[in-house]
Design a binder for this molecule. Structure first.
Ligand SMILES: *[C@@H]1O[C@H](CO)[C@@H](O)[C@H](O)[C@H]1NC(C)=O
Ligand SMILES: *[C@@H]1O[C@H](CO)[C@@H](O)[C@H](O)[C@H]1NC(C)=O
Ligand SMILES: *[C@@H]1O[C@H](CO)[C@@H](O)[C@H](O)[C@H]1NC(C)=O
Ligand SMILES: *[C@@H]1O[C@H](CO)[C@@H](O)[C@H](O)[C@H]1NC(C)=O
Ligand SMILES: *[C@@H]1O[C@H](CO)[C@@H](O)[C@H](O)[C@H]1NC(C)=O
Ligand SMILES: *[C@@H]1O[C@H](CO)[C@@H](O)[C@H](O)[C@H]1NC(C)=O
Ligand SMILES: *[C@@H]1O[C@H](CO)[C@@H](O)[C@H](O)[C@H]1NC(C)=O
Length: 553
């Protein structure tokens, strides 16, 4: 099967003797295109699913590429499927990279399974540009909308161009990648695994919208489900923007400075003005320098550090406090105006790859997938810039740090022209799943606030919200033994925490504590678990990798 994994396939199903049977068995074998630490066992397989679930007479199919991490403790108690968000995140590589942590958090007795969702990876990737020049021209407009007073008009026009190009060139693909179709894919996989046919699922960020959708569509087939870093699906489908997402963003931004002055020995920024500097002064100084960069960006070798660039670095850091010491060191140099030192670390500041075309393509693929999936299934459209301005104003009023990040997406979606074949239009209230859902929300999450976890949980009968008292996006950003014990117990025996349970973080801000430390503690004297914990690169998986230039969740 030459180049089997490298091109997406829309293969007509071979129909035996005219009968309409769907080959559902998955043949597991080695993975050719996935990188691991070489200690995590992984296997890969393909599953054929209908390309268009709304057309029962069609025999066209799509191949889902699956990755499986077999349970550390055999025999396996079944499979848990994962989605890492975006929308637009690939899933197989993310699962391989986070498997050591996820095995611990699931208790080690389940197989972990993921496929790259429609629109991403090799699974009918959504892409509207015909050449690099078109792609770079789109990239160059990815400034934050408050970067200058001309940006909003440019975003509106650019959104119209993208909506037009995608409609002309990718309308067929764009109609086939909706969340409702991915929800059906999840159920096909659950069936093909030949277990009990029920879905066990853990979704992060947008993966919670996918989870809420599949649960609302197939409530009686949900065995266990964790929705972690919860997005408000009402807004995802029906609002001009995901306003609620940014409820706590400014609090997380402020905590960067509060944590810094509380641990001055680990934070360069706290030492720059003698020991008397307050968190509020530091934060104000950063706002001042950010706004100054609008008119006087810095030339750092071959890299320009401007308002959008520095704000993009900061908004990336909101995902996880593990990056705050590094961010504080960079901000310290920026406040000092130390151009030579900044130039020496320009490749780090720029994400290491901002000038690498392949890395840019990867970021743009994620952004295109995000637009293709999210814009298509939003129900709101606008005819003029004036019509979306109230949404922009509301974003600005919701968060100073994140408010001007997503208007470009809001505008593109408002002008979108591709209709999905299926859009989930049902309710998220009164959902009675077969087994109760466990929701997880961090006390301070800059992308998916705790209030959204309570919002969705209120519509899911028997569900419980676990609060994790820490900063960052979803539970993986907050190493916590209590979280580990709670999630492992849920997967092992279905037990839910009491309502109102709060798990404390085991990672003080500006410390070096990682999940590896937590897992070692949980393992006690268990040698196998300890070696599992030691081997992994246990830094927090960055659920926001695609946010390269700030435009993202
Ligand atoms: C799929 O359907 C098309 C049109 O209905 C038909 O021409 C084709 O032979 C079918 N392919 C298979 C493999 O059955
Ligand atoms: C895994 O093995 C491959 C091939 O032997 C090697 O190139 C790669 O560096 C290894 N990766 C790690 C993280 O050890
Ligand atoms: C440094 O100290 C001066 C005066 O002591 C104060 O005005 C200024 O805001 C401080 N700068 C920072 C970044 O804290
Ligand atoms: C936009 O930037 C200006 C400074 O250039 C600032 O005064 C203003 O508050 C910002 N607006 C928003 C909504 O962030
Ligand atoms: C959940 O959020 C939606 C959208 O913001 C809102 O309309 C609804 O009232 C909320 N539900 C609850 C129970 O808070
Ligand atoms: C489920 O697991 C937890 C933690 O291991 C334990 O405390 C609880 O008693 C178990 N519940 C059942 C019903 O086995
Ligand atoms: C974290 O680890 C780095 C590198 O090992 C070390 O230099 C630093 O002092 C550590 N910080 C803390 C707070 O332990």
């Amino acid at each position: 099967m030459p180049s089997f994994r490298n091109s997406f396939l829309l293969v007509p199903l071979a129909v035996a003797q005219g009968s309409k049977c769907m080959a559902s068995d998955i043949h597991w074998g080695p993975c050719d295109d996935i990188q691991t630490d070489n200690a995590t066992a992984i296997e890969c397989g393909d599953l054929r699913v209908p390309l268009d679930y709304t057309n029962p007479t069609s025999n066209e199919t799509l191949i889902l590429q699956l990755l499986r991490v077999p349970a550390a403790v055999q025999p396996s108690q079944g499979s848990i499927q994962f989605n890492f968000g975006g929308p637009g995140e690939i899933a197989r590589q993310s699962l391989a990279a986070t498997a050591p942590i996820l095995q611990a958090l699931t208790g080690g007795s389940h197989d972990l399974v993921a496929f790259d969702p429609r629109g991403t990876g090799n699974t009918i990737p959504f892409w509207c540009y015909e050449n690099d020049a078109e792609m770079f021209s789109a990239l160059n407009e990815l400034q934050l909308s408050n970067a200058s007073d001309v940006m909003l008009g440019r975003h509106w026009a650019r959104g119209g161009i993208d909506a037009h190009m995608c409609f002309e060139r990718a309308a067929e693909t764009g109609s086939l990648i909706s969340t409702a179709f991915v929800a059906r894919d999840l159920m096909r996989v659950a069936e093909a695994l030949e277990e009990d046919g029920l879905l066990r699922y853990w979704g992060f960020s947008y993966g919670t919208t996918l989870g809420a959708t599949v649960a609302a569509m197939f409530p009686d087939r949900i065995d266990k489900m964790i929705l972690d870093g919860v997005q408000n699906p009402h807004e995802y489908y029906h609002a001009f923007a995901d306003f609620e997402e940014w409820t706590d963003s400014d609090k997380v931004f402020s905590a960067i400075f509060e944590g810094c002055v509380a641990a001055p020995e680990n934070c360069a920024l706290a030492q720059r003005n003698g020991s008397g500097t307050t968190a509020a002064e530091l934060e104000q100084a950063v706002w001042d320098v950010l706004y100054a960069l609008k008119r006087r960006p810095l030339a750092l070798g071959n890299f320009m550090l401007d308002y959008s660039g520095l704000k993009g670095i900061i908004t990336q850091a909101l995902y996880s406090p593990s990056g705050w010491p590094g961010l504080a060191a960079v901000l310290d140099l920026v406040l000092a105006g130390d151009v030579p030192a900044l130039t020496r670390i320009a490749s780090v500041i720029s994400g290491g790859d901002l000038l690498d075309p392949e890395a840019i393509r990867a970021s743009m693929r994620s952004l295109q997938a995000l637009a293709g999936i999210h814009c298509g299934e939003r129900t709101t459209r606008a005819a003029t810039l004036d019509d979306v301005m109230p949404a922009v104003e509301r974003l600005y009023a919701t968060s100073r740090i994140m408010g001007d990040v997503t208007p470009p997406l809001t505008m593109m979606c408002a002008r979108w022209r591709i209709e999905p074949r299926e859009r989930y239009g049902g309710s998220f209230d009164g959902v009675r799943t077969r087994g109760p859902v466990l929701f997880i929300g961090n006390t301070y999450d800059a992308h998916t606030p705790l209030v959204s976890a309570y919002n969705v949980s209120s519509g899911f009968e028997g569900s419980v919200v676990l609060e994790v008292n820490g900063y960052g996006h979803a539970s993986l950003a907050v190493p916590s033994l209590c979280t580990l014990q709670t999630t492992a117990a849920y997967w092992l025996n279905g037990s839910l925490p009491d309502p109102g349970t709060v798990c404390e973080s085991d990672m003080p801000l500006y410390s070096n504590v990682t999940w590896a430390d937590v897992i070692l503690t949980a393992a006690g004297g268990d040698e196998a678990a300890s070696s599992l914990a030691r081997r992994g690169a246990y830094d927090v998986p960055n659920l926001g990798r695609i946010a390269r230039r700030g435009l993202m969740y």
